[in-house]
Ligand binder design. Structure first.
Ligand code: GLY
Length: 360
């Protein structure tokens, strides 16, 4: 059975405007053909310390590639910044990178976001390919052409829209991940179901553990891609992908340099509970959905204690979120599963109430 499912997905592909999202060995074969046909002057494989150890040899065994240079960044959100970019640009430049060079990003969200960013800015934009190795990057970061880095503690403040040439999904890379990395990625899978697909939502919510089989990964990528295709530049529908992120990003930023440091999805999972509670108060999003979302999230993620002073500081960080404009805090909320509402302003006391609900 598993073999059959893998076979089906090997030959499937998802088209996203000018590029394709390809699966398993079919993707690697297409990459080999692509590289043979393109005659890039230089190919840089962008890795981090983890993917160098766990994924690089596996990747190289799946493609035919004679000459390449490695560029390495340090793992972790704290390294997704301009200093890391300066080092990467310098190595590329010193090693003869020109306008006809290619960067292959082999890694998680930090590698694919930052690698996309250095590609989009080097010589005013060179080609890149994403080979995500974490669940988060497979279903979210590598899809949709957003590239970027953090600015101080504020997430993704500097960035571009620049599509990759292709994205290759190899779920075998997930075997190299720790459980918290899987649950971090799962938050985006769960969010995709909530904003877009009642059937997947019902399928996920009934479990008290994480479902991330290839079927679910494929559906999740398909949801994100469908939304991006309607609204690439995030004027309206793409904002729904920020469900749970307004507060989630602020929570992630707040704890970034503390011993409670959270992975992206761990913070977003809290943000999803908060946004769902606020959705109930403002748009009558069914309380039974809100309670089952909380139960589901609580069964997967450890509870983070957040005291009143910390809540105040998190709310202060919200005004810096790039999704907010004219000094107003904008939320994406839900009136029902798959029925998002955009640009809702929420007052401070309701935000505080939502934290109480999360902590209860
Ligand atoms: N991760 C949200 C987006 O790609 O729009």
């Amino acid at each position: 059975m598993l073999f059959c499912i893998v076979q089906i997905y090997m030959n499937k592909e998802i088209t996203s405007g000018s590029y394709s999202i390809l699966f398993k060995q079919n993707g690697f074969d297409r990459l080999t053909n692509y590289l043979n046909s393109k005659n890039y002057s230089k190919i840089f494989i962008h890795i981090d310390n983890n993917t160098k150890k766990f994924c690089l040899d596996v990747f190289l065994a799946k493609i035919t590639l004679e000459k390449y240079d490695l560029i390495e960044s340090c793992d972790g959100e704290e390294n997704k910044n301009i200093n890391s970019c300066l080092k990467l640009w310098e190595i590329i430049s010193n090693n003869g990178g020109d306008r006809n060079s290619l960067i292959i990003n082999l890694g998680g969200g930090v590698v694919t976001d930052m690698g996309g960013f250095i590609a989009s800015t080097y010589k005013r934009g060179i080609d890149y390919i994403n080979v995500p190795t974490t669940l988060l990057s497979m279903v979210d970061a590598s899809i949709g052409g957003k590239t970027g880095i953090d600015f101080g503690i504020l997430k993704n403040q500097i960035g571009t829209f620049h599509d990759p040439q292709m994205v290759i999904i190899e779920s075998d890379f997930l075997k190299t991940l720790k459980t918290n990395q899987i649950s971090s990625g799962y938050a985006e899978i769960f969010k995709h179901s909530l904003i877009y697909d009642l059937k997947t939502f019902n399928q996920l919510i009934k479990n008290d553990k994480i479902n991330y089989d290839l079927n679910i990964i494929y559906d999740s990528i398909n949801i994100k891609n469908s939304i991006v295709l309607i609204d690439k530049k995030e004027k309206k529908e793409r904002k729904s992908l920020n469900y749970g992120h307004t507060l989630g990003h602020a929570i992630e930023s707040y704890f970034l340099n503390t011993e409670k440091k959270l992975l992206h999805g761990e913070a977003i999972a809290i943000g999803i509970i908060l946004a769902s509670f606020i959705s109930n108060k403002l748009f009558k999003f069914s309380i039974s959905h809100v309670n089952s979302i909380k139960k589901h999230v609580d069964s997967i993620y450890k509870k983070i204690e957040i005291n009143e002073n910390q809540i105040e500081s998190i709310i202060d960080l919200l005004i810096h979120d790039k999704k907010n404009s004219h000094g107003k805090i904008n939320f994406v909320l839900l009136e029902d599963v798959a029925k998002p509402i955009y640009d809702v302003q929420v007052n401070k006391s309701l935000i505080k109430e939502s934290f109480k609900y999360y902590l209860s």
